[in-house]
Design a protein around this ligand. Structure first.
Ligand code: SF4
Length: 350
């Protein structure tokens, strides 16, 4: 597919957009049918050593009260995931590289693996060194999500403090592949200063680097961050909500056409821009959803962006609500399966 075709698709509206969605959906259904797999996500700590300019739990946000769940609290969440038969867990937190954090993360990975050996375990805890990623794999983790955020190092540098490096992040993704993880990445769509060419390059970057899973959503502002302190950015963002939602859907549709067998998750941020945003993604391109299993008392402390949905819900309500929505969207919830990425097995020739 050449760049001008991709550009036309990314900018498609009305009938052209409907045709794009139909094409993506038929590609998706060839591999996945109407099936949707679950990953119960536990956002176990909002303590982060980084200062990404767009993120509500960045270290510099002094208004943010911090928490870290105890292993007992995590075990209760795992029991819920087991009862709900979600098949997979995602451990997500801010990025920490201290030894105490590493030991704690190893402990909770073992907790999941030893008590629920059939559970797929995904980690989403930022950049970590090779040896630690290896130890996590040996402890039972099989998948890792690390969003590159943008494939353009110059745009990355505008969104992150100088001590964070695009090259280091990319190296971490390579390390994960070397360690035989199923590797997931993603970008934000609708960032200030992001161009259509950036998005086209993001798509090429995904294909060239053979990623197995994707978590991609629209950029959503958070008022306690440097990026949205700029009133120009705030005005621009509010004015372009619908454009950015459509751009996100088009991007995911093109990605599905380019990567027919990769897992694509419907990101929660899609629901901020449209009430049934995640369902729309699943109808067009996605095959994975990540219901929150985080206890209710922590949910409003894990706000990477504003107006995050489901913060007044508990795990049980999310279970029923999402199931109903999936069925109403004409899709089929799948329980008791890990739902690994078929692209991973293709890539490994297994
Ligand atoms: S995006 Fe991740 S690494 Fe960056 S500040 Fe937020 S939690 Fe920390």
């Amino acid at each position: 597919m050449n760049d001008s075709q991709i550009k036309n698709w990314l900018l498609a509206t009305d009938k052209d957009q409907q045709n794009l969605f139909k094409k993506a959906c038929s590609v998706k259904e060839k591999t996945f049918g109407k099936r949707v797999w679950f990953r119960g996500i536990i956002e176990f700590s909002n303590i982060c050593q980084n200062n990404c300019l767009y993120c509500g739990i960045r270290k510099g946000n002094k208004k943010q009260e911090r928490f870290k769940m105890s292993p007992d609290e995590i075990l209760s969440c795992l029991k819920f995931i087991d009862k709900a038969d979600y098949g997979s867990v995602v451990y997500q937190s801010g990025e920490m590289t201290s030894n105490s954090f590493k030991n704690y993360l190893l402990e909770i990975v073992r907790l999941a693996h030893q008590n629920f050996p059939n559970l797929g375990i995904t980690i989403s805890c930022g950049e970590q060194d090779f040896e630690f990623l290896k130890a996590l794999k040996e402890a039972g983790a099989t998948r890792y999500l690390l969003r590159i955020e943008t494939s353009n190092p110059k745009l990355y540098a505008k969104l992150h403090p100088a001590e964070m490096s695009w090259e280091k992040r990319f190296q971490c993704l390579k390390d994960l592949q070397k360690l035989d993880y199923q590797v997931g990445t993603g970008v934000m769509i609708g960032l200030p200063d992001q161009t259509i060419e950036d998005l086209i390059n993001d798509l090429h970057f995904f294909v060239e680097n053979k990623f197995d899973m994707f978590g991609i959503g629209p950029y959503v502002i958070h008022e306690d961050t440097p990026l949205s302190n700029d009133s120009e950015v705030q005005r621009w963002w509010h004015k372009n909500k619908s454009r950015n939602f459509n751009l996100s859907l088009n991007f995911l549709a093109v990605l599905r056409i380019l990567q027919p067998n990769a897992n694509i998750a419907a990101a929660t941020a899609c629901d901020v821009l449209s009430p049934l945003g995640r369902m729309k993604v699943l109808q067009i391109a996605g095959n994975v959803i990540m219901p929150s299993v985080t206890p209710q008392n922590y949910r409003n402390k894990y706000l990477l962006y504003e107006n995050k949905p489901c913060i007044d819900e508990n795990a049980e309500k999310c279970f029923y609500c999402l199931n109903q929505k999936i069925v109403r969207a004409g899709l089929r919830p799948i329980f008791g399966e890990q739902g690994n990425s078929p692209f991973f097995y293709q890539r490994k020739n297994v």
